[in-house]
Design a protein around this ligand. Sequence first.
Ligand code: IMP
Ligand code: MG
Length: 180
Amino acid sequence: MDIEKKVWEVLCSEEDIDSRIKELGAQISEDYKDKKLMVISLLRGSFIFCADLVRAINIPVKIEFMTTQSYGSEFSTSGNVEVVSDVKGSLEGYDVLVVDDITDSALTMHHVLNHLKSKNPNSIKSCVLLDKPSRRKVELVPDYCGFTIEDKFVAGYGLNYGDYYRNIPYVFAVTDEDRK
Ligand code: IMP
Ligand code: MG
């Protein structure tokens, strides 16, 4: 398939993402200017968002990574969230900001926040590029959010469908034709 020729329904263009990330970076820099910021990127979905976000932050920041897994269907989580690769080192004294690509049921973020709270950070907040509030299974409002979107399965800008589409530089709604 030639992805150059695909026509997708674009929900967040490259320009939309770029300008929203600059706003988020400025807000986070202001909010954490007197704090000891540690950004924790949830792999793999947030790798592109987080790479751009931390470059829009202009205060010192420690960057860590964590991987979670939840076996479920192609379009939704099973609810059994598991930490498969934990953050390295101590969180004590740090103001932690957990970065993910999207909050859907919120089970992933809820689990990760509880898991990390047990490591005694100074504070802990969440930041997501996309939020689908209509699909919550647990109550959670991300502290920082790029875009609130309707209930559509999306891919691109780090988000996958099957094993593909993470490299598309914008966020689009997946259709049946995109099935690999
Ligand atoms: P939650 O636990 O249901 O909130 O789902 C969070 C995880 O599911 C995200 O970190 C994504 O990896 C994945 N996910 C949820 N919705 C989508 C989507 O529309 N496209 C791609 N991945 C998604
Ligand atoms: Mg994910």
